[in-house]
Design a protein around this ligand. Structure first.
Ligand code: ASP
Length: 366
């Protein structure tokens, strides 16, 4: 009788053999040529990822694995209490609970791992990598994801900072005039002459679309052998319905890596990215020969086409939300695009780390 472990070993062997012979005999149709050992290492990330891209490129240049490199990069942002969009200090759901989403993909091994709605763990990207490395699964959610993380030695921590709690309290007070939560102006405890933001001890709210705070970090890297990996990690939409899962932990939506073609990840309104299989679409468009930037723009056009609900459209019929894509192809060319103008992404290449402008579909008005 064949044990489950023997079966897995055998099937893994068959899988690898099949992949190798397919790869050597018949490259995927339209895949860009593979240039072994001529690629300059490059990392791209969302605009909040300058440190992440620098860390990722340093790590692969020193011979580190591509996935370890990007996870090390985004861990910096996940642990930063000052970034209200990711990990520790991320804005909570409507109950005031921080729920995090993340996915990883490792190009050379074709591995993927993800966690969704995980609470109390500062670095969900590391847990997603552990799901890939230490289980037979791709996605763990909620309590199960947390229990898995604890079994792997992660610490349970309170992810709400004083600042993110205050933002949530402020939001709760302004949600409705028919409940019993009041703003400081309403209770008469506002400091005369101060703004509501100052009363709550807050800076200006940041947001992608000027309406609702949200944020994420995506980071993708290619090493000098042309191997790719990517990660996306987020606290998701602020004030979301508990249990809501965005695009970030969904393989093919918030992240996709095909080691023969390229890598892509997204930030912005996850629901729009999920419905159009966003990052997978970008990678497939690159496979058909498009540059990273053109592929990102084309995938954004699909989002515009899919946005038919009046509640999600401005008076001019365009989306009332933002989405950004960030991509690298197998040759190390990189690019990114946004629905509206004004966005930037982080790049590290040739020892230089900088922001570059995202291409866009529409000028931002006002
Ligand atoms: N994409 C994230 C989500 O929908 C949010 C963001 O990037 O701002 O959960």
């Amino acid at each position: 009788m064949t044990s489950r472990r023997d079966f897995l070993k055998t099937s893994a062997g068959v899988g690898v053999g099949a992949a190798v012979s397919l790869g050597s005999a018949q490259p995927l149709r339209g895949a860009p040529a593979v240039h072994k050992s001529v690629v300059v290492p490059v990392a791209v990330a969302s605009g909040n990822g300058l440190e992440a891209v620098e860390t990722a490129v340093r790590s692969v240049t020193q011979g580190g694995d591509t996935l370890d490199a990007v996870v090390e990069g985004v861990n910096i942002v996940e642990r930063d209490p000052g970034d209200a969009s990711v990990g520790f200090g991320g804005l909570p759901n409507l109950d005031g609970v921080v729920q995090l989403d993340s996915s990883v993909m490792h190009g050379p091994s074709r591995g993927a791992g993800a966690v969704a709605c995980i609470e109390g763990i500062k670095t969900p990207s590391s847990v997603a990598r552990d799901v890939m490395r230490y289980t037979d699964h791709v996605l763990l959610v909620g309590e199960g994801a947390q229990r898995f993380a604890l079994s792997m030695g992660y610490q349970l921590e309170d992810l709400l900072t004083e600042r993110s709690r205050r933002r949530w309290i402020e939001w709760r007070a302004t949600m409705s005039d028919r409940d019993d939560y009041l703003t400081l102006e309403e209770t008469g405890h506002a400091v005369p002459g101060s703004s509501r933001q100052e009363d709550y001890g807050l800076g200006l709210l940041d947001s992608h679309d000027g309406v609702r705070p949200q944020g994420t970090i995506n980071c993708n890297v290619i090493n000098s052998d042309g191997d790719l990996s990517g990660v996306t990690t987020t606290s998701g939409l602020a004030w979301k319905v508990p249990g809501r899962v965005g695009d970030s932990p969904i393989v093919g939506a918030g992240l996709y890596v095909d080691n023969d073609v390229g890598a892509c990840g997204s930030t912005g309104r996850g629901e729009a990215v999920i419905k159009t299989c966003g990052s997978h679409s970008v990678v497939e468009l690159m496979r058909s020969g498009m540059s990273p930037t053109d592929a990102c723009l084309e995938a954004l056009r699909r989002i515009v086409t899919f946005t038919v609900e009046p509640r999600l459209r401005n008076a001019d019929g365009r989306p009332s939300f933002g989405v950004n894509y960030y991509a690298i192809n197998k040759n190390g060319d990189h690019g990114g695009a946004s629905i509206y103008s004004g966005g930037r992404y982080a790049v590290c290449r040739d020892g230089e780390t900088r922001h570059e402008d995202l291409a866009y579909l529409f000028e931002r008005r006002g």
